[in-house]
Design a protein around this ligand. Sequence first.
Ligand SMILES: Cc1cc2nc3c(=O)[nH]c(=O)nc-3n(C[C@H](O)[C@H](O)[C@H](O)COP(=O)(O)OP(=O)(O)OC[C@H]3O[C@@H](n4cnc5c(N)ncnc54)[C@H](O)[C@@H]3O)c2cc1C
Length: 109
Amino acid sequence: MRHRMAEHAIGVQLLRNMAYYIASQQEKTGIAPTREAQMAKLFGAELQQRIAATAVQIFGMEGQAARPGAKALRYQYLLLRSVANTIEGGTSEIQRTVIATRGLGLPRE
Ligand SMILES: Cc1cc2nc3c(=O)[nH]c(=O)nc-3n(C[C@H](O)[C@H](O)[C@H](O)COP(=O)(O)OP(=O)(O)OC[C@H]3O[C@@H](n4cnc5c(N)ncnc54)[C@H](O)[C@@H]3O)c2cc1C
């Protein structure tokens, strides 16, 4: 669990740095770096799922509770909501395909 928490902390820091990079590039050039923005969207959405799953696991049964007032309620909500994050705004599969083809110039399947 300690290792997983460390990985999540690294992921959050990495995502923050990606966001700063995207914002600074946009400010400098006036154009959003779309490849990096897509990478951040994909990475952030999947990171949120991993963090939410860890939080729910830490809280055990309480982590799955949906009743109002439950301590871990927000983690249960976060886990359910994080599924939508990998669909809305383009699914993770589509993001990966676009990054690979338009971003890295790899051929389509
Ligand atoms: C909570 C939520 C909020 C939303 N909010 C908005 C909104 O505000 N405005 C708006 O316009 N839309 C919104 N959407 C719609 C969202 O953008 C689409 O659901 C999303 O782009 C996926 O499209 P789809 O549902 O048609 O899935 P599909 O394109 O039918 O995909 C279904 C599955 O097939 C996979 N798939 C499809 N094509 C490929 C491929 N070429 N290669 C590999 N895998 C593939 C997908 O990854 C997915 O797993 C929202 C969706 C959700 C879940």
